[in-house]
Design a protein around this ligand. Structure first.
Ligand SMILES: NC(=O)c1ccc[n+]([C@@H]2O[C@H](COP(=O)([O-])OP(=O)(O)OC[C@H]3O[C@@H](n4cnc5c(N)ncnc54)[C@H](OP(=O)(O)O)[C@@H]3O)[C@@H](O)[C@H]2O)c1
Length: 237
C-alpha cells in the first residue's frame, strides 16, 4: 500500500460515528491532532444532532447536518455491540435468543448499512474518499476456529458482506471512493473489558487509533470492498 493523505480543502470533513466509544474517541482525538481536515466531527447518541443506529431518522438528520458543513472525505463507523448488562456472548447454541441476535444484527449490521445508505452519497464522486466500518476478526468465517459468540460473529460477518456489496455499487458512481471493513485488534475498551485475558495482546485505544489511521492513509481504490486488520494485513472473509 502507498501512503496517500487527504487534501485538507476548506470544506473537507472527517467524521467519526460512535465518537464516545473507546476506539471512536481515540480516533476523534487523533484526527484532531493530525489536523488534515478542515473539520473533524464526532457523532454519537450523545452528540447534537444525535445519531442512534436504531433510529433511521436520526441518521438522516445527521446526514443533512454534515451536508450543510462540508464534504465528508473520511467517515469512520466505530460503533458496535458485544454485550450489555443483560446479554453476554453465547458459549453454546443453548444460549441463543432471538432478542440477543436481533440486537446484535441491528447495531452491528443494519445500523452500519443505514450509515452507508445516507452517508456514502455525501462523499466526493471523483476524488479519493474513504468509508470505514470497524468490523472484527471474529466475524471472519474463514478464521473461525473457536466457535461461540454466535450473535456477534454472525452480525459482523453480515457487516462484512454489506461492506463488500456497497463497495461494488460505490465503484460504479465513485471510482476513487473506498469502502472497507477494518479490525482494530484487541483494544482496551468497555466492549473488550470482560474478555481481556492475561497473555492476550491488548492495545490502548490511542495506539489502535494511530494504527487504523495509518492503514486508512495507505488505502487506494483497489482496496475497496476488502477486510484488513490494524496492521494493514488482509483478513479472510
Ligand atoms: N475493543 C476490541 O477489542 C474490539 C475488537 C474487535 C473489534 N472491535 C470493534 O471496534 C468497534 C469499536 O468498539 P469499542 O471497543 O470502541 O467499543 P465501545 O467502547 O463499547 O464503543 C462502542 C460504540 O458503539 C456505540 N453504539 C452502540 N450502540 C449504538 C447505537 N444504537 N447507536 C449509536 N451508537 C451506538 C456506543 O455508543 P454509546 O456509548 O451511546 O453506547 C459506543 O460509542 C466495534 O465495532 C467493535 O465491534 C473492538
Amino acid at each position: 500500500m502507498q501512503t496517500s493523505q487527504s487534501s485538507a480543502s476548506e470544506n473537507s470533513l472527517a467524521v467519526v460515528i460512535g465518537a464516545n466509544g473507546g476506539v471512536g474517541s481515540a480516533l476523534l482525538a487523533e484526527l484532531r491532532r493530525e489536523n488534515l481536515y478542515a473539520q473533524v466531527i464526532g457523532l454519537s447518541r450523545q452528540s447534537t444532532p444525535a445519531l442512534d443506529l436504531l433510529n433511521e431518522s436520526s441518521i438522516i438528520e445527521c446526514a443533512r447536518y454534515l451536508a450543510g458543513l462540508g464534504i465528508p472525505r473520511l467517515v469512520i463507523d466505530a460503533t458496535g455491540f458485544l454485550h450489555n448488562g443483560a446479554l453476554e456472548p453465547e458459549k453454546s447454541w443453548r444460549q441463543l435468543s432471538p432478542e440477543h441476535m436481533a440486537k446484535a444484527f441491528a447495531v452491528n449490521a443494519i445500523g452500519p448499512a443505514l450509515l452507508m445508505k445516507h452517508f456514502l452519497p455525501l462523499m466526493p464522486h471523483r476524488e479519493r474518499a474513504v468509508f470505514v466500518t470497524l468490523s472484527a476478526k471474529v466475524g471472519s468465517i474463514g478464521d473461525n476456529h473457536l466457535g461461540g459468540w454466535y450473535s456477534y460473529r454472525a452480525s459482523k460477518a453480515a457487516l462484512n458482506q454489506i461492506v463488500r456489496t456497497a463497495a461494488i455499487e460505490l465503484r460504479r458512481s465513485a471510482p476513487n471512493a473506498i469502502c472497507v471493513a477494518l479490525h482494530p485488534g484487541t483494544v482496551d475498551t468497555r466492549l473488550s473489558a470482560p474478555f481481556a485475558k492475561a497473555g492476550l495482546e491488548i492495545q490502548t485505544p490511542a495506539v489502535a487509533a494511530r494504527c487504523l489511521l495509518e492503514v486508512i492513509a495507505k488505502l487506494d481504490s483497489s482496496h475497496s470492498g476488502q477486510f484488513f486488520d490494524y496492521r494493514g494485513d488482509s483478513l479472510p472473509w
